[in-house]
Design a protein around this ligand. Structure first.
Ligand SMILES: Cc1cc2nc3c(=O)[nH]c(=O)nc-3n(C[C@H](O)[C@H](O)[C@H](O)COP(=O)(O)OP(=O)(O)OC[C@H]3O[C@@H](n4cnc5c(N)ncnc54)[C@H](O)[C@@H]3O)c2cc1C
Length: 365
């Protein structure tokens, strides 16, 4: 079995597709046999450093994907539901989760276990910071409901816990008003420092950043408003979109990557969360030694300033910048080993200034 990264593979002793928390509880109690159970949850398997792989029992959560209830304030969903499925259920009621990942085909359990950083995380924090309650099966097989006020130790261990502290089976997520349409403005800066400063200064509903050739591009998106770009922004162009089209903006690119065969190649992604005041220097230093051959044909490099919110396991600075080199080992580019070595250099630089890897590092089982 592989994950999206295709850097390593594992042959699980057994793959189980549970249909209830009770079934997971019984499995854990059975397979523990006196020692710790060797079960690991898996959502879409879209993590890239083997985090969802095990040689024990692989729990495929995609079958546990019911959307139970949508109200004005929250939605209750099974952990194997994707964000696409969540959005499909909430949008007809003009509601949505405050934070969506750029790509919607990731499970709720999978991204809450990482953190879930999106273009609105400068306002709302990570997805993990917007959870009201979780239902989980602990490593001992107990089915427990937890929140910031009840069993908060478990609640804090599960969010950004990468599946190592129990299996999330159900989540109650905050929802807010969803826009009908969005206006997306693009601006270009010549340095990482300018881009990061602009991301911290601008008032916009959704803000993202990318390195494009030697430019630093910013996208500032405003919801349901027509009164011009955010104050202080000098956009080079603007685009109006239906909200669902904007939320699902990666789908056409993904289809193209699948068609080109790039989607199935190894992806040695290097992602770190940096303290905002050190981010520009590390990004500039890293980009100075990064060419197309180091990134692959897609050449995707993301920069997103955000505030993680109260998610202790993420260990991120409070004013943070996600710096993500989404490498693909495309034909004719650097090898997986060379790309992985470049990532190691990035992790060391990040760690020296108090940064962390994203998703959080785990010791593989
Ligand atoms: C194209 C693409 C775009 C992405 N965009 C973003 C983005 O915008 N923002 C962002 O933050 N991340 C993004 N990611 C990374 C992604 O959020 C993480 O890799 C996430 O963990 C993947 O979710 P998944 O359902 O595939 O989980 P998996 O890869 O299956 O699992 C990830 C980890 O979570 C654990 N886990 C899974 N389900 C559960 C559960 N129910 N209970 C307990 N543990 C569980 C697994 O054991 C594993 O450790 C992206 C990844 C890809 C491939």
């Amino acid at each position: 079995m592989f994950d999206f990264g295709r850097l390593s593979s594992r042959s699980p002793r057994m793959v189980v597709c549970p249909s209830s928390a009770l079934e997971i509880s019984a499995l854990i109690r059975e397979s523990a046999g006196g020692g710790p159970a060797d079960l690991l949850a898996r959502g879409c398997g879209h993590s890239s450093r083997g985090e969802s792989l095990t040689s024990g029992v692989s729990l495929d959560l995609r079958g546990l994907a019911t959307i139970h209830d949508v109200t004005g304030d929250c939605v209750v969903v099974d952990a194997g539901a994707s964000w696409r499925e969540v959005l499909k259920a909430t949008l007809p009621l003009h509601r949505m989760p405050p934070v969506l990942t750029d790509y919607l085909d990731l499970t709720v359990g999978g991204t809450l276990s990482a953190a879930g950083i999106g273009g609105t995380s400068h306002i709302h924090g990570t997805q993990a910071a917007n959870v009201i309650e979780l239902e989980a099966v602990t490593r001992e097989g107990e089915i427990v409901a937890c929140s910031s006020t009840s069993r908060s130790d478990l609640f804090d261990a599960l969010r950004s816990g990468m599946g190592r502290h129990g299996v999330i089976t159900k989540a109650t997520l905050r929802v807010i008003e969803a826009p009908e349409r969005v206006l997306s403005y693009r601006a270009v800066y010549t340095s990482a420092a300018e881009l990061i400063a602009a991301q911290g200064r601008l008032v916009a509903d959704h803000i993202s950043g990318q390195v494009k050739s030697s430019d630093f591009e910013l996208n500032a998106v405003v919801y349901d408003k027509v009164d011009g770009p955010p104050s202080g922004l000098s956009p080079v162009d603007a685009e109006e979109l239906a909200f669902i089209e904007f939320a699902d903006r990666l789908s056409p690119d993904v289809e193209k990557l699948i068609e080109l065969g790039e989607w199935d190649l190894p992806h040695p992604w290097g992602q770190v969360i940096l303290p905002a005041d050190h981010a520009a220097a590390i990004i500039e230093e890293t980009m100075a030694e990064t060419t197309t051959a180091d990134l692959g044909f897609g050449e995707v490099v993301l920069i997103k300033r955000f505030r993680p919110g109260p998610v202790p396991m993420l260990r991120a600075p409070s004013d943070a910048v996600l710096f993500a080199l989404l490498r693909t080992a495309s034909p004719g580019c650097r090898t997986v080993a060379e790309m992985s070595m470049a990532n190691e250099r990035l992790y060391q630089r990040a760690s020296a200034v108090g940064g962390v890897t994203y998703p959080p590092s785990v010791v593989s089982s």
